[in-house]
Design a protein. Structure first.
Length: 385
């Protein structure tokens, strides 16, 4: 994460604009500031934490833009305005830090998929070798890559642009949450290659009962969820999970070569590890479900009351939770609450910004999944109390 440490800091007067970046406002808490920055349509926070005579200035994690260049440039501009004397800095854009031509999306349904689209999805594509191979060799398919690791998203976006692959859509979101937002009977293949095994925290695995249920709903008849792994534990876990279905068509292959080998695969092959494919084919049409809406707050709020009432809080419900973590304010004009909420094992991390008495999630829209809807109700009730 780009950041720098400075021993001089004169907070610049906001708002100001420079070099295509708008620095809009800042909110404070006893321990840190957030400054809201806008570049084109992308908004993100930079944070300032002060300790003794030093100030650490960096990108904020939840709102980190997919393009690191935006963060590096915003921090450079801010540092010069704040008359910082950098004791340490890693803000120099690397040679890869050119702007990406086609954006990385935060919303999979932004693409307006039609029923004639032939869709492949790859979850956790990492270096993107398999994803780009599929896109190049199947130009008629729309190949959607879902990743949470921003440097991988950025790297693959550059390769997509360089190869001119118009049929690749990259989405920056946790695939475990995203599955529920997709329309039913719409996808031909879902690839999950070499997922993180999470042997000690199995609840964090991409594959789960819930994921399989959603995958089967989303897949067309004859469509398949294809897991490839080197982990024997993950392999047996996936077989067990797939076989829990009433009607399961599961095929297993051992040490079967694909046309393209990923970085991870090359490593495991060098170590002579076994590689397993477990393929679950769908044979049923699911009840139609339109793409999910996103959640919004429709009412005006009294920020004074919220500021008075706020303390970190955890609400636990049946299968979901809401955690109000921190509060930052700009007088009583703007309130920023850092939250985590949603399904216990698939948390959303988001801010709630209340500006001019209207609340909104930031930086992303939040899908109205079952767990998110229940959490949103608690959040709205608490805000409105
Ligand atoms: C071990 S790497 C494998 C990468 C690639 N599939 C390959 O074979 O080289 C696992 C990838 O999954 C991504 N990942 C982990 N959890 C995810 C999630 N919930 N949604 C989307 N991607 C995820 C990680 O960021 C990482 O890039």
């Amino acid at each position: 994460m780009p950041n720098f440490i400075t021993d001089t800091f004169t907070p610049p007067l906001l708002p100001f604009s420079e070099g295509g970046y708008d620095f809009l406002w800042e909110v404070l808490s006893p321990t840190s500031h957030y400054v809201l920055v806008r570049k084109e349509k992308v908004e993100f926070f930079i944070t300032i934490k002060s300790k003794d005579n030093n100030h650490v200035i960096k990108g904020e994690k939840i709102s980190r833009p997919s393009q690191v260049l935006f963060l590096q440039q915003a921090l450079q501009i801010y540092a010069s305005r704040a008359k910082c004397n950098a004791l340490f800095s890693n803000l120099k854009p690397s040679k890869n830090s050119r702007k990406i031509k086609n954006s990385i999306s935060k919303d999979i349904n932004e693409q307006n998929h039609t029923s004639s689209d032939e869709i492949y999805i790859e979850i956790g594509f990492g270096s993107g070798r398999h994803l780009l191979y599929q896109a190049k060799n199947n130009p008629q398919k729309k190949v959607i890559g879902i990743e949470i690791h921003k440097p991988s998203l950025e790297q693959v976006a550059r390769q997509r642009d360089a190869l001119g692959l118009e049929n690749v859509v990259l989405v920056d979101y946790d695939s475990r949450i995203l599955m529920e937002s997709l329309p039913s009977n719409s996808v031909e293949k879902i690839f999950v290659h070499f997922p993180v095994p999470w042997d000690k925290k199995p609840h964090r695995r991409v594959i789960s009962d819930y994921f399989v249920e959603e995958a089967l709903r989303v897949l067309k008849i004859g469509g398949a969820l294809e897991l490839r792994t080197d982990s024997e534990l993950y392999f047996t876990y996936a077989v067990d999970t797939f076989l829990k279905n009433e009607k399961a068509d599961v095929r297993i292959f051992k040490n079967f070569d694909l046309e393209i080998s990923s970085k991870y695969e090359d490593r495991w092959k060098r170590l002579e590890k076994n590689i397993y494919d477990v393929i679950l084919r769908n044979h049923q049409t699911s009840v139609e479900q339109e793409p999910l809406n996103t959640l919004h707050f429709d009412f005006y709020l009294n920020t004074d009351k919220i500021i008075d009432r706020f303390s970190p809080k955890l609400f636990k419900g049946e299968g979901f939770f809401v955690h109000f973590e921190t509060l930052h304010t700009k007088g009583n004009e703007v309130v920023v609450i850092k939250t985590a909420f949603g399904a216990n094992e698939r948390a959303e991390h988001s801010f709630i910004i209340i500006d001019k008495n209207k609340a909104a999630y930031f930086p992303n829209n939040i899908y109205a999944t079952k767990a998110n809807k229940m959490a949103h109700k608690i959040i709205a009730e608490w805000l409105y109390e």
